[in-house]
Design a protein around this ligand. Structure first.
Ligand code: URP
Ligand code: ZN
Ligand code: ZN
Length: 479
């Protein structure tokens, strides 16, 4: 079955042009002026609309077992919600428990994800270290299309990676041509501050941001960056929420280091006053790590995105319903950490980014798909409207309006952190693997249609880094 998208403006990261697009056999087969529809084609009238690569959310946690419960959104409901919002691929995380065999965890997550309705891939977290982990990292890169490894520098007593793990895993990543990524918060400091606050009688959600100040994030980001610098490995820092971590990234980039930064739609738009909401349920619904910050940090993050020092946007979609959040009613340390947003990332970024002039449409494409595709090595298969690319496309109506609400969204969680936000600019059609899966508010998805996307190890960064390393090697002086 083929699809002809007619009369729209194709917006890629590098340019925009008036062009029709034909999809056939799951791929984009033609991009050009006045294309004729094959006789069996579904024709989409995209007049006055933008035709963009489907979004890639490089940071989600569907059905994650975490903090004594399991995230409410599974791979089917979560990828469905993503398609309704124009996101056609997610990169989720395999997170082995302490001492859990890495391959066993990987197989478990692959099984869970089989019901996905859109394409997906996995970062794999390194939560402990021994020779088997070293070897399994090799197996994952060589045989299973994994090219990124995650390290949680927080969550002491659970999945936290200390410096020994970071050093071993970063060095191994370099050998394999994979990119290490970090959740940057100093877990020791967070643990201590949590205890101090609780002992002082601060037991409610207002204690959450107090126990995780921006300095804890800045310290960890800088530490990971400096470890990566010494080991000469690129680094990707997930969910930067504050000026301090952005400054660490900016400084390193200015020094020529290959460091990449991600920002969440929530961190750009929601401030920390929410943790002092009188209603526990509302405050707890926003408990995530790192926490939402004051507006000073939001301004800095927008500038980071505009300047290119932050390259990707994500959601860290990790949903817990009110009854799950209630586990921390008397102790903020027990509130499961996580919020949603996979359905809304594209529209809130368009409304607050493109409509305000902070981002051009091409920059919007970069930060919602192309940069993630390039950093995680699935470009130009993903993140581009071009002949031969996967037909993962969003047709964007810049005039459409909506009020975001949990009453109308498709996310499997009882709270939406963007509740009540009015946005202009929404997807009118989403095409996944060449099939129209969302059209004018109606979903037509198929359980299990999503494919696991292999991500090969890197060539370009690593070739460049190897050359630099060779040049830097001391030359023996003949006497
Ligand atoms: O609070 C969060 N972010 N929960 C999900 C796990 C993580 O840290 O990314
Ligand atoms: Zn995290
Ligand atoms: Zn996360």
């Amino acid at each position: 079955m083929s699809v002809l998208i007619k009369g729209g403006t194709v917006v890629n990261a590098e340019l925009s042009l008036r062009a029709d697009v034909i999809c056939d056999g799951g791929l984009i087969t033609a991009v050009g002026a006045d294309l004729d529809a094959p006789s069996d084609a579904t024709v989409i009238d995209a007049g006055g609309q933008y035709v963009m690569p489907g979004g890639i959310d490089p940071h989600t946690h569907m059905q994650l077992p975490f903090m004594g419960t399991v995230a409410s959104e599974d791979f089917e409901t979560g990828t469905t919600a993503g398609l309704a919002g124009g996101t056609t691929m997610i990169i989720d995380f395999v997170i082995p428990g302490p001492q859990q065999n890495i391959m066993e965890a990987y197989k478990q997550w692959r099984e869970w994800a089989e019901k996905s309705v859109s394409d997906y891939s996995f970062h794999v977290a390194i939560t402990w270290w021994d020779d088997s982990v070293h070897d399994d990292m090799g197996t994952l890169v060589r045989d299973h299309g994994v090219n990124s490894f995650k390290h949680f520098m927080a969550y002491k007593g659970a999945i936290m990676a200390d410096d020994e793990i970071l050093v071993n895993s970063f060095a191994r990543s370099l050998e394999l041509g994979a990119i290490p990524t970090v959740h940057a918060e100093n877990g020791e400091l967070v643990f201590r501050l949590q205890k101090e606050l609780f002992e002082k009688g601060i037991t409610g959600p207002e204690g959450h941001p107090l126990s995780r100040p921006p300095e804890c994030e800045g310290e960890a980001a800088n530490r990971a960056i400096r470890i990566a610098e010494v080991l000469k490995v690129p680094l990707y820092v997930v969910h930067n929420s504050c000026r301090q971590s952005l400054e660490a990234i900016t400084r390193a980039r200015n020094e020529g280091q290959r460091v990449f930064g991600e920002v969440l739609a929530g961190h750009l738009l929601i401030d920390d006053s929410i943790y002092r909401h009188k209603d526990f349920e509302v405050a707890a619904a926003h408990v995530m790590s790192p926490p939402f910050r004051s507006s000073e940090h939001q301004d800095a993050l927008w500038k980071g995105l505009q300047s290119g020092n932050l390259q990707t946007t994500a959601t860290d979609h990790c949903c817990f319903c009110a009854d799950q959040k209630a586990a921390g009613k008397d102790d903020f340390r027990l509130i499961p950490n996580g919020t949603g947003g996979v359905e809304n990332r594209m529209e809130v970024l368009w409304h607050h980014g493109v409509s305000t002039g902070k981002l051009t449409m091409n920059e919007f494409v970069k930060v919602t798909s192309t940069n993630a595709a390039q950093i995680f090595n699935v470009y130009p298969r993903k993140g581009s409207i071009a002949v031969g690319a996967d037909a993962d496309i969003v047709v964007w109506d810049p005039q459409a309006t909506k009020t975001i609400s949990t009453k109308t969204d498709h996310q499997n969680v009882d709270y939406n952190i963007f509740e009540g936000m009015e946005v202009t600019g929404c997807p009118s059609y989403t095409i996944s693997q060449g099939k129209v899966v969302y059209a004018d508010g109606e979903l037509n998805v198929e359980r299990g249609a999503g494919r696991y996307v292999d991500r090969p190890p890197f060539a370009p960064f690593y070739d460049a880094l190897k050359k630099q390393a060779q040049l830097a090697e001391p030359v023996a002086v003949k006497r």
